[in-house]
Design a protein around this ligand. Sequence first.
Ligand code: ATP
Length: 364
Amino acid sequence: TDTRTTAAHGGAIGLHGIKKWFGTFQAVDDVTLEIRSNEFFTLLGPSGCGKTTLLRMIAGFELPTEGQVLLDGTDISRLLPNQRPVNTVFQNYALFPHLTVAENIGFGLKMLGKPKSEIDSVVKDMLKLVHLEGRGNNPVTQLSGGQQQRVALARALAPRPKVLLLDEPLSALDLKLRKSMQMELKRLQLETGITFVFVTHDQEEALTMSDRIAVMSTGTVRQVGSPWDIYDRPAERFVADFIGETNFLEADVVSVSGDRARVRLSSGAEISATYPDGVTPKGKVTIVVRPEHARLGPPGSGVLEGVLDDIVYLGTDNHFHVKVDGGGTFIVRQQNAKSGPCGFSEQERVSIAINDDVAQILRD
Ligand code: ATP
């Protein structure tokens, strides 16, 4: 039977020991990942890290050099793209300019030889799903960029794939439209129950939409977790650095108890820190603290002392750059709770307090 029209739930994808070589260049290096049924899963990483190549192997446009792609436990590694209950939405939409909106959406179903009545009914549902009711007879070329992207989504969703792959589908849109399409994609995923695998290099986009994120670097997966795991509990420097602004501090482990460690900072002050699974912190470690998890105060009030070097006013927030005694810069981000100046001045001595349980020890 044709799974492309019968899927009622999102498929689970298993990537097992995937390696991909292009000639002598290794684009993907031993990736093992479980993508759960019905989840919004994001592959996040800088340009060239292998995200698209991984996605293309799930789609079947590329074959792994080594390793298996499983769908709901079945090996689909050797199936052709059109034999997989998987569809892809590309960055450039790839719509057919000479067809109407409805013809574009129904194209895949027509190729599958579905009867016209069924195609018409699915197209009607899809137009509703992507909020383009009444636009079915328009030439696609008459639609805006955002509307065209929704047609591309509707076309990919029409055959009811078990998995929808999205390769930077929003990058051609302007910022405001991109924000609203992010919400739209999240809604479509929830409403259809289809597993979404989304590729982006934009960390904010990944945090906004995903149930879970895999952070990639040079062909490898560095960390997999919820947006909170990835942002608040980065396991290594690359992940901490790639996802938002971070302070790195050298510290000494004093003691470990349960899932917390006491660490001594360069100032001699001690704070509590969490650490990644599978690590027993000891000796010298690097800890990370997000700028918004620290507070500025008068000298002696916190755990690090220094000189306020720079104040960057951002309307909603102030960024305070503090030259810490003994070396290094620490950035504190504080919300502007009231209007007017922030009450600190550049070159004055300040102290940095770090909130409880926000520091994280890195693996490396
Ligand atoms: P981007 O965000 O820029 O698309 P990406 O993370 O998706 O980057 P890939 O497109 O997967 O990265 O590419 C990973 C690496 O593999 C890159 O260095 C790229 O040049 C290389 N690569 C991809 N496809 C091929 C190919 N067909 N032949 C040779 N090298 C390739």
